[in-house]
Design a protein around this ligand. Structure first.
Ligand code: FMN
Length: 325
């Protein structure tokens, strides 16, 4: 289990336990003590199993757009169990939610020491890219490799998108951002290019409050803007209609654009298309023509709360090469 640790003394206790068990990497006592001391003031995650701390990770801001993976340690006996990967995923999500664009990490360049070669491979497997080697940053025997990861690349945005159901900040969303989001939706592929999906951007306070009033149980009550997704049935060929696939592709594109622009959202479809047909009430508020159905609501706004990524099944359970099993 990954826990976000807030108490400074607990952070120091955990980082000491782990770093003192990893002297292959953290050999110099003075720099180890510095890591421990600094960890107390940094965003800090610990991997906990029963009573045992398996590892930890700290971030620090190195620029307005960049977080650095300041220090990370996983007990040797817990290597290759996905602990580091889970710690990093939690930290990456946090950095993305806070609006940072890059994460950097420094380590000793590959080809110097076996233990650090493993570290380099691990960072590359997380998706870090080589930025630069600084030969004199530490000393001649330890050339500093800087790795960087963009949180705004397509793959980075996909990895950091999660359904957000918390409160939103009361900051309006600029119209150009709403248009970018809507454009990302209508740019999606559609079966035989029938373009069966339309969207209505809602940012007028009065219209928003009328929609919020019909959302029962209430959701997205603090959202400063919403995208309402409409679909209509047009056959692509013969009796084949791909409208569901079309609007699903459009919604995912919009969710990614929303996250990339620094906002959060959630795909509210079940909530509004259930037996109570909230979608029809929304259609009536928005004067939607009869040939269209309202199928989804995407709130748009800056997150006021933190969120927790849901757990997903391991990749090996869902992805196969060449054949099943
Ligand atoms: C077709 C569809 C309908 C959904 N409807 C709702 C909904 O009505 N309410 C809600 O809170 N989340 C809804 N979601 C969001 C899912 O619950 C969410 O994607 C899932 O739990 C995985 O979490 P993640 O989006 O953070 O990866 C819907 C998602 C899809 C794809």
């Amino acid at each position: 289990m990954i826990r976000f640790i807030e108490n400074a003394e607990e952070k120091k206790k955990i980082s000491r336990q782990i770093l003192e068990a990893l002297t292959e990497w953290f050999e110099v006592e003075s720099s180890r003590e510095q890591y421990i001391e600094e960890s107390a003031g940094q965003p800090f995650w610990a991997a906990v199993e029963g009573d045992t701390y398996e590892g930890f990770l700290c971030l620090k801001e190195t620029g307005k757009s960049t977080m650095e993976l300041a220090v990370m340690g996983v007990r040797k006996e817990c290597h290759r169990k996905g602990v580091g990967r889970r710690l990093f995923a939690a930290a990456r999500d946090y950095a993305a939610l806070k609006g940072y664009e890059f994460i950097q990490v420094k380590t000793v360049r590959s080809g110097m020491y076996e233990d650090y070669d493993i570290t380099n491979e691990f960072y590359k497997s997380l998706g870090f890219k080589e930025l630069e080697v600084l030969p004199d940053y530490w000393d001649e025997a330890n050339p500093c490799q800087i790795y960087v990861m963009s949180l705004k690349s397509a793959v980075g945005t996909i990895a950091t998108r999660h359904s957000y159901r918390g409160a939103f900040m009361q900051e309006s969303v600029p119209e150009e951002d709403l248009i970018t989001i809507a454009r990302s939706g209508i740019d999606a592929p559609s079966g035989c290019n029938k373009q069966t999906t339309d969207v209505i951007i809602v940012n007028d306070a009065e219209v928003l409050s009328r929609i919020k009033a019909v959302l029962d149980p209430p959701v997205a009550q603090t959202a400063p803007a919403m995208i309402v997704v409409l679909t209509r049935r047009i056959n692509a060929y013969r009796d084949r209609c791909f409208a569901v696939q079309d609007y699903s592709a459009a919604i995912e594109n919009m969710l990614l654009a929303i996250v990339e622009l620094g906002y959060q959202s959630c795909w509210y479809e079940g909530h509004i298309t259930d037996e109570d047909r909230i979608c029809d009430k929304i259609a009536s508020i928005l004067n939607v023509p009869a040939e269209y159905d309202v199928v989804c609501l995407l709130p748009v706004g800056k997150a006021a709360d933190d969120f927790h990524a849901p757990s997903k099944k391991p990749l090996s359970e869902r992805v196969k090469f060449n054949r099943w099993g």
